[in-house]
Design a binder for this molecule. Sequence first.
Ligand code: GLY
Length: 377
Amino acid sequence: MSGPGGDVVIVGGGIVGCACAYELAKRGAKAVLLEYGTTGMQATNAAAGMLAPLTETHEPGPMLEAGVRALRAYPRLIDELRAACGFDLELRLDGILKVAFDDEQAATLRRRYAWQRELGFPLEWLDGATCRELEPRLSADVVAGVFSPGEGSVSNQMVALALARAAAAHGAVIHQHAGVRSFVRRDGRVTGVRAADTTHACDAVVLAAGARSGQLAARMGTDLPVRPVRGQMIALGGMRTPVRHIVWGPDGYLVPRANGIVFAGATVEEVGFRRRTTAAGVRGLRAMASALVPQLRAATVHFAWAGLRPGSADGLPMIGPLPGYTNAFAATGHFRNGILLGPLTGVLVADGLLSGDWGAVPAAFAPARFAAMPALA
Ligand code: GLY
């Protein structure tokens, strides 16, 4: 191993931070993770666990390429984590059905289907009746759909837990309830991170604090334009297998999870750092779910929760060296794709940081692209 011989401090214990800690520790680096609350309990917890690079991407380009690469790497990671931790991580790559309720929505689906087919992805165009053969409880109002067979979901909660445990098993030190207050800086380097009443000396620092990464970067005197985008979710239960696959409509999605629970999500709201659910948000999600599967009107809302996605100005993540520093790095801005891209980000950060070569990270993800831009309000 080349790179830092001393501690690499990772700020943030969501799936991205835990993946960085895991991959660094696995390679023999001294990883120290600082999480202001409990690992995996912020945006990582408030996700449905979808692994959906085709469904989530609006155009060809680096995001799609990274997403597909991340999806292909997931099964091996899950095997590795299952062997390390001994519990099921609920990986299901049995497909996503994306549906349309009218001709205009079908035309939008058709355009995406056309360019993704052109790129060689094995999507299937379905009429309404065939959508209902695949998903018998689907609304009679669905007129068309696209089935994407290789996408799916994982238990985001279990993946984060497994990454944290596996990182610790490789020697990473994880501090919870360790909110970072400030950074000790000298000559373009971060030499320490102050959290709670301790200063952690470091050879390198990785900012992986999701929506709060911009605020932390500001404490380092640098711009990282990440903004919080709230997503509210509900967990529906009380019915046996209302959907067999992930079903994605124009206003939201349904993700079948363990024990017959269906996660329905998600709102997309720019409300600053307010992380609470709202009555209107929950009502809207219930309506969305019932529009897709009318029988879900009778379902029970077991719980509702919300998280803050880390949004970036151009919708792309920020992975790599932070401008103005020789030993500070970003791993954030994953917006709607943190669960998909988190583990791959850990690999890219560990490889880049330890080799000094960030060539494997798409140039479009470099934090330096914002260096000349004003910070977001
Ligand atoms: N990836 C789904 C969402 O952010 O709502």
